[in-house]
Design a protein around this ligand. Sequence first.
Ligand SMILES: *Cc1c(COP(=O)(O)O)cnc(C)c1O
Length: 407
Amino acid sequence: MNDLTACVVTPRVSIEGFDPLGVAVHRASTIVFEDAAAYEARGQRGHNGYSYGLYGTPTTRTLEEKLTLLEQGTRTFLAPSGQSANALGVLPFLSAGDKILIVDTAYPPMRDFALRDLARMGVLVDFYDPLSIDDLESRLDSRTRIVWCESPGSTTMEVQDLPRISALAKKAGALVGFDNTWATPLNFKPLVHGADIVTEALTKYVSGHSDVLMGSITVGNETLIEPIRGLFGRYGIGVSSDDASLVLRGFETLGVRLKHSSDVAHRLMDRIARHPLVAAVLHPARAACPGHEFWKRDFLGGSGVFGILFKPEAAAHVAEAMNTFRIFAIGASWGGTRSLAAPMPVKPHRTATQWREADLVLRLNIGLESEEDLAADIDRFLDQLDRSTTAPERALRAADGPLSRIG
Ligand SMILES: *Cc1c(COP(=O)(O)O)cnc(C)c1O
């Protein structure tokens, strides 16, 4: 073998006795075959075989397998982001004339995808109230192919009664899709409670370090595998083994991170809820959260992401008060080690329901910093909010009478 060839043809060393705990990063586009006949027959290698890097490597399959186990599903597909998992999780099942019913509290890009792209394909798009079974029932018909759930709802945290929704959808012949990002497969198992397809933004808690984007789709039934697998191939959707390896590494500490963030969040929420300018703290574990009873019945725990709803006279001053944060960083996404704060509007993302509170929810993600430092940051923020909200504004609001309280 000449040197130039030796540069290219890499020797295989023995891996006997090498048994690491970590999962190797297998980078590949090309996969080689022992002979031409094996190459020609590569299409028959089935879902678990290897034929081309896009369709899976041992690294991506390991992550898929871990998710399938935790979701108690049949098979998992990895997508480049949580939102791509949502879009690609419903796309193979919809044609012109079909209807998709999306929960009104869905992650806003899912609404956008449906209203722009699915509608352009001729799919009928409608939204339903997360808390009203009657509303869902009135919109369900024989054209409905998918009922899309997200629980708790984005930003406002309403918890859905998945078993009832699923029973209704099944009767109408529709599939149930469920975005489980807030709970993660540790705290809720949608497939066990009646969903057919569950998606996760692995970007958030599962990867856990704010440095990678990925999503997953897990199905609970063999017949749903081929439509998704086929669509992924035709659209050329896959993820890199390097990214999958980052997610696998973060996954190992998911349990302790989630538990810690949730415990600290509970104590901080009590502190925040006592403030007179706070109208409600939005988190499914709080008794006043709409759908709290379903959370108690179906979920195995909570996470460290919650919303703060302010009295109307204070809402306009939240942005200014956020300048006092020293520990909370301001930014989108959540589920990483750093605590984050993000002001979120609600009204532009609701059509089937009406949001009657102040149109700003401050979403907090509780990370892994010292609880004492986080509490001090929250106190600083609330003190500034108090100073900014002037006496005349308070008097004006007091004259309006008591506000509706949602929790
Ligand atoms: C963040 C999020 C997504 C999207 O995840 P990306 O990986 O950022 O695309 C989807 N659903 C929910 C509920 C989310 O919070």
